[in-house]
Write a protein that binds this ligand. Structure first.
Ligand SMILES: Nc1nc2c(c(=O)[nH]1)N=C([C@H](O)[C@@H](O)CO)CN2
Length: 118
């Protein structure tokens, strides 16, 4: 199985359970592992056969600019479903990290794995 990965993608969004977090955007760090439906791009050298990681990154930032999530869990699920549906990925692993959200800790977050239900 071939996997496109995106590491330490910084995105800005409204996230959190506290009142202040509903108004002040925060930076999150995302790690994505996206399985590919085929290996065509490895042979064709054609971007049209590839999953364009630049488009994935841009699409996610656009979506996250639009709403508010209370939990990192919900946000991770939303991103996973976007990648499965909009980019036709058979499987995805999404890690979402909040930076300096709690004391004495560089980051906290969640990793989830999701597959297409066929
Ligand atoms: N399991 C979770 N616990 C907490 C979350 C979360 O999203 N998932 N969020 C918060 C607050 O928003 C916190 O990050 C503010 O510092 C607390 N616990």
């Amino acid at each position: 199985m071939d996997i496109i990965f995106i590491r330490e993608l910084k995105v800005t969004t409204l996230i959190g359970i506290y009142e202040r977090e509903k108004h002040v955007p925060q930076t999150l760090q995302l790690d994505l592992d996206i399985a590919l439906p085929n290996s065509r791009a490895c042979y064709s050298d054609d971007i049209n056969d590839a999953l364009d990681y630049a488009k994935v990154a841009q699409h996610i930032q656009t979506v996250l600019s639009e709403g508010h999530f209370s939990l990192v869990e919900t946000l991770a699920e939303h991103i996973a479903q976007i990648i499965l549906k909009d980019f036709n990925a058979p499987w995805v692993k999404v890690s979402v990290a909040k930076l300096q959200a709690i004391r004495n800790c560089r980051m906290v977050g969640i990793s989830i794995e999701r597959s297409q239900i066929r």
